[in-house]
Design a binder for this molecule. Structure first.
Ligand code: SF4
Length: 413
């Protein structure tokens, strides 16, 4: 869900300066990236994160990755409730292996195998991504993940979730068996069924996922090959009950709601625009100054931006002046701070060159310049107010989710 405390933020900020290249990256999966850490500094970096109750357990493994969730603290108590479910899914699907603790945290080696009730002895054929969306906002892009839960809220009460399966972004150029694919809605479940349903769906992929060809090993291909009807039968057999018919829902946006918003409890929240999620220079210094005084929390959005959340009414003025002092864009289009175009605010690039070894083309370093051209064209044609979602990646893995953008640019060599 991308939520961290000011103290955790300050730790990451310090690690980026002490061991990294003095920048941090907020990612499309609501996580931090640090870049440029030399090998012998990785262990102290991970240990410092651990001391702040943060980890990177199985972050690149064939397991369920971090669970994303709409970070919106504004609306009502249902958002808090849904966020708690996202956390529980995440905890429930963590592998039990102590390897991370043994390697990085100097824990004594355990003799014998660790029980893995979800992953068994072989784990999944490939990585697996889960998200939770809360209509009408689809900022997590629920249809492009292996497994999704769409919260169904009626009369201000959480009724349950529609379950989605089989979405994913990555494909390989020249291999027509691979594709970016939208997930399908499988049915509806009540909140008390979430954990067992999530576990059984992961186990279906564990047992039926393709283990011969790594390029076809994602859950989306299992669903594509076997079909939704087969999936629902298999799931019902494992659960002992069938999913209910999906409930109606409507999404109106997958972007962020920039600027200041007051929550149901009177606290304020400001959704900042952080171009391509890169925290450096004045933004890094300003957020460091804010984290030192902030009493609430900080939330990474699925669009690589940042919400400074839970600001008490009496602290709002202080945060406003720090944002202005460091020239950080509060996204409102009305403030004194630098204002970006609507298109720029709704665009995303992955890191690509020089950071990602898979990149075949520029992305983060080139998108700002490219958007300058788009901005100029929009101005010329009187369309400056309208946001065009432009997403760019350095390779077809699609980390910035380009295939569902209005303009998607995918690097090729
Ligand atoms: Fe992801 Fe490819 Fe971009 Fe690397 S270059 S961050 S793998 S999309």
């Amino acid at each position: 869900g991308g939520i961290c405390t000011p103290s955790q933020w300050l730790t990451m900020d310090r690690l980026a300066s002490d061991y990294g290249n003095d920048t941090m990256r907020l990612t499309t999966r609501q996580t931090f990236q640090l870049h440029g850490i030399v090998k012998h500094d990785i262990k102290p970096t991970i240990q410092a994160m651990h001391q702040q109750l943060m980890d990177s357990i199985a972050a690149c493994g064939d397991v369920n990755r971090n669970v994303m969730c709409n970070p919106n603290p504004v609306e009502d108590k249902v958002h808090l409730e849904v966020y708690e479910w996202a956390k529980q899914i995440s905890e429930h699907l963590l592998p039990n292996t102590r390897a991370y603790h043994e390697i990085w945290l100097d824990e004594d080696k355990v003799v014998g195998d660790t029980e893995e009730p979800v992953y068994s002895e072989r784990y999944l054929p490939r990585k697996y991504k889960t998200v939770v969306a809360i209509p009408p906002y689809n900022d997590v892009d629920v249809f492009v993940h292996d497994m999704g839960f769409i919260a169904i809220v009626e009369g201000g009460q959480l009724q349950g979730f529609n379950v989605t399966v089989g979405g994913g972004m990555g494909m390989s150029f020249g291999d027509h068996a691979t594709q970016a694919r939208l997930a399908e809605v499988a049915g509806f479940i009540t909140p008390d069924q979430v954990l067992e349903v999530a576990e059984e769906i992961v186990k279906i992929q564990r047992d039926f996922g393709n283990r011969d060809n790594r390029k076809l090993a994602r859950f989306k291909y299992t669903i594509r090959e076997r079909g939704l009807e087969w999936f629902n039968q298999e799931l019902a057999e494992r659960l002992g009950y069938a999913l209910q018919p999906a409930r109606p829902f409507e999404f109106i946006s997958n972007g962020d709601r920039f600027g200041w918003h007051q929550g149901f409890d009177g606290n304020w929240h400001v959704n900042l625009f952080i171009e391509n999620g890169r925290i450096k220079d004045n933004i890094k210094q300003g957020l460091q100054a804010i984290a030192k005084v902030h009493q609430g929390d900080l939330r990474i959005t699925p669009n690589q931006n940042l919400i400074i959340a839970n600001i008490a009414p009496e602290a709002k003025g202080q945060i406003e002046s720090l944002l202005a002092e460091y020239g950080i864009d509060d996204g409102t289009q009305q403030s004194d701070t630098p204002v970006s175009s609507a298109t720029r605010q709704n665009s995303m690039a992955c890191v690509a060159l020089p950071t990602c070894t898979l990149a075949m083309a520029e992305s983060e370093r080139f998108l700002p310049e490219f958007l300058g051209e788009i901005d100029a064209l929009q101005q010329k044609h009187g369309l400056a107010e309208q946001a065009i979602h432009v997403r760019m990646t350095g390779c077809p893995n699609g980390c910035a989710r380009p295939y569902i953008a209005e303009i998607g640019l995918v690097g090729k060599a």
